[in-house]
Design a protein around this ligand. Sequence first.
Ligand code: GH3
Ligand code: MG
Ligand code: MG
Ligand code: MG
Length: 310
Amino acid sequence: LFDIIEACYLHVEGEIPDFSRKYERRGEGPVVLIMDTDTHFLMEAKEKGEAEGWHVVPVVSTEKAIGLYYDVRPDCAILNVDMADDEELDSFKQNLKSHYVPAVMMSADRSKEVRVKAYKVGADDFMAKPVDMDEFLVRVDRQLQRKKHLESLVLIDELTHVYNRKYLQQAYSRLKDQGDRQLCVAILDIDHFKKVNDTYGHLIGDQVLREFAGYLKQKVGAQDIIFRYGGEEFVILFHGAPLHEAVARLNVLREDFSLHTFFAGEAFSCTFSAGVAEITDPGRPFEHWLGLADTALYEAKEGGRNRVKS
Ligand code: GH3
Ligand code: MG
Ligand code: MG
Ligand code: MG
């Protein structure tokens, strides 16, 4: 809050406050971008929004909002349409359309013309100013909930309830953009899984996949993200772990999992093999690192399975 007060003070002094400079993403809360010229409104929205667990990014210019759009990838954008000319509105329209970002538009003018214009640009909701803060919080929250629900339909694997492959690139970009900590990518592949299907049937095979995913979810760190890459292959993004640590953690997972017992008339167990690579140059495409992990996985399989290679 001190940063904001400082920024408002600067504003009084005649300079344009740059809230965004202070922006830093923490934890998993949704990112809410708010574009308005009213610094008192921004200040209150930031304070109240953060009390809701949001990361509020206030901006006082359209150029800043358009720029930050790419940098922070908001989960909801609140835009004062009075600030934007037709060209800028068009830019918002394109952005809103190409990413699934709900938009709440505000205007001091509640006329039908302005409301229609806002909805045509892509508004999911419209609020006339002055905006009641309680109503504002509830309506933005509703947009955030809807986005979360849509994402869960699109980005979560139905069988195992971990993220699917579609979310992998997106999650990687997010972690990479934070750029603050080491990042490793691992591919895990269940050994001789075909035999599980052939011996016990596909329903038991499905059950093994569900239990494997549940096991991983329970055991990986809070910063790590699990994806079902396809079939019986899973990807883990280890955030904040150098290569040797990712390898060590995978080996613990591997040993524990090999001791886990499944039942299907009789007891049986499964193992997995894994390949892992550390992302040392964020300039290279993600596929490069995934390729390295896949090569290491191949070596783990060739080496006799139930092992981790890097
Ligand atoms: P390897 O140790 O070399 O990985 O051998 P594997 O048998 O695990 O590998 P392979 O690629 O030959 O077989 C994978 C099998 O996984 C084949 C496919 O039918 C099965 N599979 C893929 N998706 C699913 C699924 O959703 N459910 C079930 N039950 N089986 C699946
Ligand atoms: Mg496989
Ligand atoms: Mg396999
Ligand atoms: Mg295979």
